[in-house]
Structures are given as C-alpha cells and as structure tokens.
Design a protein around this ligand. Sequence first.
Ligand SMILES: Nc1ncnc2c1ncn2[C@@H]1O[C@H](COP(=O)(O)OP(=O)(O)OP(=O)(O)O)[C@@H](O)[C@H]1O
Ligand SMILES: CC(C)(CO)[C@@H](O)C(=O)NCCC(=O)O
Length: 748
Amino acid sequence: MFGSINSSGAVIDCIAEGSAYDIVLPNQTERVQNIAVDIGGSLAKVVYYTTAAVGRHGGGRLHFKAFETDHLDQCIEFMCGLVDRSRIRDPSDGPTGEPVIMATGGGAHRFGEELRSRLGVEIRVVDEMESLTAGLNFLMREVADEVFTYSEARGQKFVGPVSETEDLFPYMLVNIGSGVSILKVTGEGQYERISGTSLGGGTFWGLLHELTGVTSFDAMLETTKSGDNTKVDMMVGDIYGTNYDKIGLKATNIAATMAGVYRKGLDKQYSDADIARSLLYMVSNNIGQIAYLNAQLHGIRRIYFGGYFIRGHPLTMHTLSYAIDFWSKGMISALFLRHEGYLGATGALLRGEAAPTRRRACSFTENFSVAEPAAGDSSGVSALGMLDQQADRLERLPQLALPYVPDTVDLAADEGQRLAWLAALERSAHELVGLVERGALDAGSGDRVDVGRIRAFSILYARHLQRLGAQPLAYGALTVRGILGLREQCLREVGLGDVFAAVKRRETAAALGAFSECVALTDVLTDRERLLALLGNALAGNMFDWGASELHGALASGALDLAAARAQISYSPQRLNNPGAFADRVIAQGYRKVLVFVDNSGADVVLGVLPLARFLTQTGATVVLAANSRPALNDVTEGELKDIVAEAALVDESLAAAVEEERLLVCASGSAGPCVDLRRLDPHLVALAQAADLVILVGMARAIVSNYHARFTCDSLRIAVFKNKMTADAAGANVFDSLCLYVPGGED
Ligand SMILES: Nc1ncnc2c1ncn2[C@@H]1O[C@H](COP(=O)(O)OP(=O)(O)OP(=O)(O)O)[C@@H](O)[C@H]1O
Ligand SMILES: CC(C)(CO)[C@@H](O)C(=O)NCCC(=O)O
C-alpha cells in the first residue's frame, strides 16, 4: 500500500504491536496551518505544516506524504482531513482565516477546480519549476543528511550541508518525474529550465507495464535486482566478440538497448525481470548522459537528481552515478536527495504568504520518532522524518575551524561500534522502564513519570534501533549523536518531555547544599593548585551522569559523592590529559571570554563546572555557560542553570559579583539532545561567543562522542570521563579514564 499511514498512526501502530497503552499522543492534536500539494503525471505529493493546538514548546512541524495521481480521491480525502484540522481553534488564537492550499505540478491546473470545490478552500497555484528549486534550496540547507552520493562499491555517502564550505549555487537539478526537467539554478529564485526529455520515469513505467503487464511499481523495482539485462540488450561483446578498446567500449557495455530481443528472444529465454532491468538502464543512462551534456554546456559542476523515479533505488542511483562518472571522466559525482520526490510540494508550501519561513528566520531538525519509509519505498533503505521547526535560526560557532566533523565515529562504517551502541541504548531504554516502575525517578506522589508512557517509549525506541541495525542508513548518516537525539525525540513524542526532572531537582539541591564547603576547600590553595583541583572536581562531577548505565546503581542509591567519584577515575592516558599545560596558560595570560558547554545537572554543574567558572571570572574572564535549550537525559537546561547560578550567588559573594557585572552569563545552546552540533547554535549564544578566546566542552556526549575531532581557531579544553566501553575503545582509552585535554588555538 502506497503512503497509507500518517505520522501519528505510525506511533499508535507501533505501540499497539508491543502492547496496548492508552495514550493520546501530542501530535494527534496538532493543528494544520499550511498545506501544499504537487500533483504530477504519476504521483501527488502533500507537504503540510502543523503547530501544537495547545502550546507545545518551539515551533511547528513539516510532514510529507504521497499518493498515486490515479487515486487522487485518496489524496483529496486526506487533504479534507487536514483542512478540518486546520479549523481546530486554540482558545488563545485570534480569529483564523480560511486555509489556503498551495498547489503545483500539472495537476494543480488540471484538478484545481475539483480541489477547490471538494475542499471548500482557496487554491493558489505556484509554478512547478519555481517550486522545485525553492524546495531543493530549502531542503539542502535545513536537512542535515539531505544530499548523498552513491556507488555500488561505497554505498551511500552523505556529503553534509553544501553551504558549509562552498556556495549553494550554481547547480543543476535533473528532476525525473514522469518526464524530465533540467534546471540551472544560479541563486535563490533564479533559475532557468535549460532542457528536458520526455524519456523519463513515466516512459519507463509505461513501457514496462506494456511489455510485462506489471502493475506495482514497487514489486517491479524489486525484480530489477535479479534481472539480467544482457538477455535482452545487445552488448558490445555480442557485436565485436570482445572489447572495442579503440573507442573505450568494453564487451560488457550495452551497445543497443533491447536489441538483443529479436535474436535471443526467438526461444523467449528472458524474463520480465530482465526487461525491467534493461529499461531501467535505458532510461537512467540516457538521463545521465543528457544531464552531463547540459552540465558541460553550462559549465556546472554540481548535478542533483530529484523526482520520485529514483526512489532511493540502488540500481537507479548506481546507473545515474555511473553515467555521470563515465561521461565526466570521474570529475563529477551525481548527487541524490533523501526528499527527492518532495521538492515541488515543499517549495510550493514555502511560497505561501503564511509559510513558516516567511514569518520568521528559523531552522529545522529532522525528527524520526515516527518516521515511515520514504513513501512506498519497497527497499526500506530510506525513511523520511518530520521536520521540526526551531524557534530561531541556528548558527555556527565563530571559532570553529573548517572542515568541521561533529561526530567521532561513523556507526554505519564501524560495525563493532554500531552493534555495541545499538545494544547498549536498547538496554538502557529497558533500564529506564525499570527505574520508572520502581519509582526511582519520582519526586513524590504528585510528580510521577507515567509508567505507560515510558513503556511506550521503550517499545518505540527499540523498534527504531532494530531498524537501524538492519538498515544503518535508513535515517541518514548513523551516528551516536543521531541515536541519542532520537531517544529524546521518542520520549517527547510519547509526551515525556523531561523524565529526569525530579532527579535533577533532587541532585541539584543536594549539590547546592555542598557548594560553599566545596569552594572553601579549594579557595585556600595557590592559584595553580586551585585550578588543578577544580579541574579534578569537574572530572569527578562528570561521573554524575544518568546517561551512563554503568553508574545507574550508584546514582539511584545516592551512594556516589564527589570524593568517591574522584577515586574511581584514572587520570590517564597522558596524551589525553594535560591539565598542567592549561593551568600554565591560565596563570600566565588568563582569558578574556570563556564559552563553556555544560553537561549534567547536580554535582557536575554545581560542584564541578560552577567553581571552575567562578575561578575564571576571578582571573578577569567573562564566562558564558551554554546549557541545553531543551531537556535531554539529566543534562541541565538553560532555565535550570539560571536558577542554579542565582541560588549559588546567594551564598557566594564572588559569584554574586560576577553575575551582577555580567561576567557570568547563562545562555541556551540551541541543542535538544545530549550532543552538540557546533554549526547549529542558538543565535544569542553565537552573539555572546564572538570574542571568546577559550571554548570548554564538558562531558562525554559533547566532548567525546561529538566534537572529539573538532578544531577551533581559539584555545579549547575538553573535560570528560570515558564512562562506557564504546567511547573508551574509540579513543584508545579505558572505562573511567579521564579526558582533560587543552589544545591551543589552531593546533590539532
Ligand atoms: N508507486 C509508484 N507508482 C507510480 N510511479 C512511481 C511510483 N513510485 C515511483 N514512481 C516513479 O516516479 C515517477 C513519478 O515521479 P514524480 O512524482 O516525481 O513525477 P510526477 O510529478 O508524477 O511527474 P511530472 O512532474 O512529470 O508531472 C513515475 O513516473 C515512476 O517512474
Ligand atoms: C511536463 C513536465 C514539466 C511536467 O512535470 C515534465 O513532465 C517534463 O519536463 N517533461 C519533459 C518534456 C520535455 O522537455 O520534453
């Protein structure tokens, strides 16, 4: 069945499969704000934007869904449902006008009147080519793993945001729908349709149906995998008996598509699968060649292939890649897109006057918590998430040296790490259920984590992890940052925004109680000794981490204190620990402005980071503490940290003065997960970070799992403890080894 489940449905199914929990998921009550449809010759694609009917944190969400144009009724019915949901009123809203539906593609003209009368709303038509380019520009900028290359040998390789290192423009878009349009795009809103061909996806599908009678595109695509085109094609070897080296043709190259049928087919020794494979090669090779010639003609080096014909199908992508590589003599790689079929619908949505991006500058994050396979994707290799809108436009840290690689391990490439992480996170989700069932995360009778919801979370998350085990690239590049972020997305999706809230409060209160005594103990030391002791405390504090299963027992029993934590850490290996060098630098010169990415609440931030920040302010530095914008594990959030600093300032004059003089500041980082992508920070933090000459990254997730390879133009310091075997292995360290690594600016 093609594109038949909606996003909330997917969660319900998923939960129901494990066991039945009566849960109203937040996204079932979302209000639809914008709708766009791209009705093509073969498929109708719908993109819509929702916001929480009653105040959910942050902005809205983009959803993607496709239907067959032959079954437009289903599409219209679905859109009727969306229109109804657009009329849900939030009591705090003012009067809302009727929704306007943006429509593009040929069907916007052909079925415009039908849509208008059946949906009872205004339909605004947007030009198809304009929509395609607007959609692609948006998706390339906003979706982290939108663009990839493909080859049989290396598989899918994500290329990262293009705008990072070079300009987005100029590029060429080859949109393979029913027919093929080739566009040259030189800027935002600047494009020209430079070519096209009527030999496209529709040709392939039509011919194949005629020749074989197949009626399911998915089933047919599947058969191409086993088909043998040499049974129907005439190969160079069939003609020459060998390679035709003089003009660079191998015996195995296709000389003439389908030309072998007449000779070889007399005894009908070929199958439908052989024909399917031959036709797929025919259309893809031809498009690849035309694309290359146009790129040559217009001097363009970047060629994106879009349109639903591709469908993330390995053989199609391989053929297009091979053709571009062959004709360009290895100079150009074909680029593919995860949202290949949704360029037009996305662009049309953004062209609407009330489009989310028109109202304010914002960023989007892909949310896979209820991801379904890319509509109808039989191979299941690729799934599309929803795009969650961030309240602000996220920006890069100015001190980041390029190229920046946020993730330490590529889990798709490293099977050992992949299996270990997937298993560990599945285990930890079960453990979380156990903690909730035992009431270990509760504050009192009025403040309980809902057991049904946490079980639903565990089922949902485990299913994602299992899927990623089978198809590592289903959600784009596979990284620890990604799967830790996904865990938080799943928790939020079942309505558990902050499961550790009570634990955080409890541990923070206890740590604040010990704050004065803790700083008094180190205040008596000489500056250098004091700084070294404070670094030791920061490391010890980092043991208070509910993200580390190894420590759950000690944390839940409350048995761990700073001294005990300190005793568990082994301050090695030497190559990862040079606190002395850092202390020398601080004592000799000091810093003007220090940016600290903080980690856990409780002892970590209160007894580890805060006294260190206090020391740095005493040396004359301004310290900016960057904390998560939204909860993740027991990480301290910006809101919580503001309260912590205010409370500590009540008992500490030095801190109070620093706060008063605005030399100790707290700012949201922009992050909603345990790791941090330093290209996507809250703009307020980036403004504050402008003059920073030291960046401190605290904790395993921010300093080891992500950003271990990050380089900075200013000095940096990483403070963390290796708390599981996977992170220790990746860095050649042991569990409970420390990382206290100072790197002067510009050095690796
Ligand atoms: N389930 C499917 N049913 C039919 N065609 C499919 C299906 N999945 C993928 N395709 C392929 O995708 C093509 C349509 O791609 P796409 O939706 O991008 O174009 P379109 O908008 O329908 O066409 P055009 O832009 O030329 O009007 C089909 O011609 C076919 O090759
Ligand atoms: C007609 C459109 C633009 C509809 O999407 C598309 O199918 C197409 O570009 N066809 C190729 C037409 C040609 O250039 O020969």
